[in-house]
Design a protein around this ligand. Structure first.
Ligand code: ADP
Ligand code: MG
Length: 419
């Protein structure tokens, strides 16, 4: 006899056109459909969206999705509508008329999903609106934004603790790709998810080859890498400053590489156009600040290169994680130099915020430095940072492939700098 096909699987096939669930998706989805709370820690690209989209479609009422990415709400809503789902959003880009139209749809029970920016939930009017409709679930995407300890804290996320008090019977699913034990613990505490089921996926990305090289002439080193291993490939190059984004993009174009710049200083239309081209066309190189990438879903990014040192291992992992979402071999390449450390320490010391904040940033940077300076397997170090143990060499990072010389001078110089 044929097995009964669950509602979740039917939606997976009929709406999303996929044959089977990935990893723990099915368990998570069934749990939330059944009314349970969930905290989902899964790497970028693993498929977290379906974990709330399918329950929102199966459960009666509207799934309320909290997302920090106003710029991407439109894309997400468009994608859902293209599949025939009834989705909309409310954020600060809308005029009052547009907002009232969406509110009316919600109250009439004609929305499967409603995306909200977190700052909307600070408004009593939003709470009252939600009360007058039927809520299927709350999805808190990019949940690490609630963690002060983390690398991407958004004060507006703190207001999300009120959801459970006001609607104790509505299931909540919080999702993030940041899984350090400290962040995990802080999300749990701040959102009151002690009694939720915690789903923690394997964070290893075996198809990504990690490489960290001494920084000499970074643009030229990058060009060598692209010419020798990634000719014609799509990739992302991260730079610390807007100026170096511009210079690097120009340098690549001059040398025959199809590259585009992306940073917050560019006109919004130019930014949107460059992003759209990167997603749509083959073999473009996006040269960007870290303003680019969150929520970007392009499967065939073959390399992510860092010309400057990331400020944290969380950032490094998320940025490199944009490579190889299709599972094919991909490169994460970083040029590491002492000058970057000096510069980042200066930035930290002169940054706003209290002493505790600066101290946290210092700890984040130190963890990144140890990953750069390790002579052991980089993958093992990276996963250990996320509380995940693995044994032996991975055979797919630079330290495993050619045992490096140690960074003798650097350690001494670093001690000097940090005093
Ligand atoms: P995340 O939020 O975890 O970074 P997304 O939810 O954006 O990941 O999903 C990444 C990609 O994987 C999307 O293109 C999505 O449609 C696809 N995907 C997710 N689940 C499945 C599945 N079960 N089968 C096939 N593709 C899937
Ligand atoms: Mg996501």
């Amino acid at each position: 006899a044929a097995e009964p096909v669950s509602a979740a699987r039917q939606v997976l096939r009929r709406v999303f056109g996929y044959e089977s669930f990935r990893g723990e998706q099915q368990d998570i989805i069934e749990h939330v459909i059944g009314g349970g709370d969930a905290l989902v820690l899964m790497p970028t690209g693993a498929g977290k969206s379906l974990c709330y989209q399918i329950p929102a479609l199966v459960r009666p009422g509207t799934g309320i999705v909290i997302s920090p990415l106003i710029a991407l709400m439109q894309d997400q809503v468009d994608a859902l509508r293209a599949l025939g789902a009834r989705a909309d959003f409310i954020n600060s880009t809308q005029d009052p008329d547009q907002r009232r139209t969406v509110e009316a749809l919600y109250l009439a029970g004609e929305l499967d999903m409603l995306y909200l920016a977190p700052e909307r939930l600070r408004l009593p009017s939003t709470m009252d609106l939600l009360d007058r409709g039927r809520i299927a679930l709350f999805a808190i995407d990019e949940a690490h934004c609630v963690a002060q300890w983390g690398h991407d804290f958004r004060p507006d996320y703190l207001a999300l603790s009120a959801l459970h008090e006001r609607w104790p019977d509505v299931p909540r699913v919080a999702l993030t790709a940041t899984a350090t034990p400290a962040t995990h613990q802080e999300i749990t505490g701040r959102l009151g998810l002690e009694n939720a089921r915690h789903f923690v996926a394997d964070f290893d990305r075996p198809n990504i080859s990690y490489r960290i090289v001494p920084k000499k002439e970074p643009k030229k080193q990058l060009l060598d890498l692209l010419r020798s291993e990634h000719a014609g490939d799509a990739g992302i190059v991260y730079c610390l400053s807007r100026a170096s984004v511009e210079q690097t993009a120009d340098f690549l174009v001059t040398n025959g590489i199809a590259a585009l710049p992306y940073h917050a200083g560019l006109d919004a239309r130019v930014r949107a156009r460059n992003q759209a081209r990167f997603l749509r066309e083959d073999g473009l190189v996006m040269v960007a600040t870290i303003a680019f990438g969150m929520g970007i879903d392009k499967p065939d990014v073959r390399f992510v290169a860092h010309l400057d040192l990331p400020k944290s291992v969380e950032g490094y992992y998320q940025e490199t994680g944009r490579a190889g979402r299709d599972g094919l071999p991909s490169t994460a390449w970083l040029a590491y130099g002492l000058q970057d450390v000096v510069q980042l320490r200066k930035m930290i010391n002169s940054s706003d915020g209290d002493a505790a904040h600066r101290r946290r940033q210092g700890v984040h940077l130190d963890a990144m430095l140890s990953l750069c300076e390790t002579v052991e397997c980089r993958r093992t170090g990276l996963l250990a940072y996320f509380g995940q143990e693995r044994a032996g060499s991975c055979g797919n990072c630079d330290t495993c492939l050619n045992k490096p010389e140690t960074w003798d001078g650097t350690v001494a110089a670093q001690k000097l700098l940090s005093t």
